[in-house]
Design a protein around this ligand. Structure first.
Ligand code: KG4
Ligand code: ZN
Length: 366
């Protein structure tokens, strides 16, 4: 450690990305990502139409050492120059989480570096502090293929969950709708490209849960509505045209954007009622890459006079820099773990909130 600065290794293996990164924080110059290595597994799982936990776990076990070595080499550091090792200890696919936790324990045992177990969702939720140094509290929307929840981030270890999906995550819905329209995976970018040439008003898909108070969301009924509209077209004209597909994609995307925007407005109302101004809203996750959705969220913030923040996409999707950073925040406030650190497939950020229902294609939702 140099004059109050901290340098932390982060390890991530909870889903289908094997990742290692080194992040440092200096009291004067702030946070810096010294290296960030992400090895995806998309091609390994592609033939199966979803993430296969056993294949993911094996790939993590084979690649983690190598990722850590690359992260150290890129940062020009050795293990002995670090201050601690942080690792995702859940939630996620248990085999992968275990691989990461075992490696981190091994490094800690061999070097004497403190060990820090990190909640993967805390990694996502604390990223705006790594990229933009924003103050607590702030409102966060995690929106990806595996996550969908509104959180007020009060402290590195204190999160208030305002609501989340009761079934599919939005990215999961994009992927399933793409599949049923014969579009490639990942579905999000494919749907967005089709929707750009479509008429979002031709099919008026439901806006699930808008009639109910609160910030919970639901996307599986919307997916079924697209399926019905498709089958209806097929039975009437024995197939769907290119324009039908574009219009279905546009209608679906418009419905997701409308629901996310309205629930964001409600979450912001709640946040503003209890938080000091100026308030910040941050969005993270692969779905935040969608221009229509991003624009809808941005305009909600604009009309409410709230700062809108979206970290760069490489830091919104799964990575280890966010794990190193969340570990650094915990370490700074004195949090470390012993060799009894366990891997947790489920690990809600807000233990007081009602448990989530269902389980996504990318493993258990927290
Ligand atoms: O955050 P991420 O890379 O991984 C996790 O799910 O953890 O998010 C991937 C998800 C996929 O479901 C993908 O279809 C969706 O984000 N996605 C999009 C777009 N780009 C990626 N969804 C809508 N529009 C996009 N442009
Ligand atoms: Zn994630």
């Amino acid at each position: 450690m140099m004059s109050g600065s901290l340098t932390i290794l982060g390890i991530e293996s909870s889903c289908d990305d094997t990742a290692a990164a080194i992040v440092c924080h200096h009291p004067v110059t702030g946070a810096a990502i010294l290296s960030s290595v992400v090895e995806g597994q998309t091609s390994l799982h592609a033939p199966f139409g979803g993430v296969v936990p056993e294949i993911a776990a094996r790939a993590h076990a084979e690649r983690l050492d190598h990722c850590v070595e690359r992260a150290l080499a890129q940062a020009g550091l050795t293990l002995r120059q670090l201050d601690a090792v942080a690792v995702t200890a859940g939630p996620g696919l248990i085999g992968g989480v275990l691989s990461g936790v075992m490696l981190a324990k091994g490094i800690s045992a061999a070097t004497g570096l403190p060990l820090i177990g990190v909640n993967h969702l805390a990694g996502h939720a604390l990223t705006p502090r790594l990229t933009d140094d924003i103050a607590f509290p702030y409102l966060m929307l995690l929106v990806s293929g595996g996550h969908c929840q509104f959180l007020i981030v009060h402290a590195p270890d204190r999160f208030e969950r305002l609501g989340g999906t009761i079934d599919d995550a939005p990215g999961e819905a994009f992927d399933k709708v793409a599949k049923l329209l014969g579009l490639p995976q990942p579905g999000g970018p494919a749907i967005e490209a089709e929707a750009a040439h479509g008429d979002p008003t031709r099919f008026r898909f439901p806006r699930p849960l808008l009639d109910r108070p609160g910030c919970d969301l639901s996307f599986s009924g919307l997916k079924t509505a697209v399926l019905r509209a498709r089958d209806d077209l097929i039975s009437r004209q024995s197939g769907i045209t290119v324009q039908d597909r574009r219009d279905l994609a546009a209608g679906f995307q418009a419905a997701v954007a409308a629901v996310l925007a309205e629930k964001t407005r409600r979450a912001l109302d709640h946040h503003l009622a209890q938080s000091p101004s100026p308030a910040t809203f941050a969005v993270a996750g692969g779905v935040a890459a969608n221009t229509a959705i991003r624009t809808a969220l941005q305009s909600v913030c604009y009309t409410t006079g709230i700062r809108f923040l979206a970290p760069p996409l490489a830091l919104c999707t799964d990575n280890a820099a966010m794990i190193a950073w969340a570990g650094l925040e915990r370490f700074r406030s004195g949090g470390t773990d012993g060799m009894d650190l366990i891997a947790r497939p489920r690990w809600p950020l807000d233990p007081t909130a009602a448990p989530m229902i269902g389980s996504g294609k990318k493993g258990a939702k927290a």
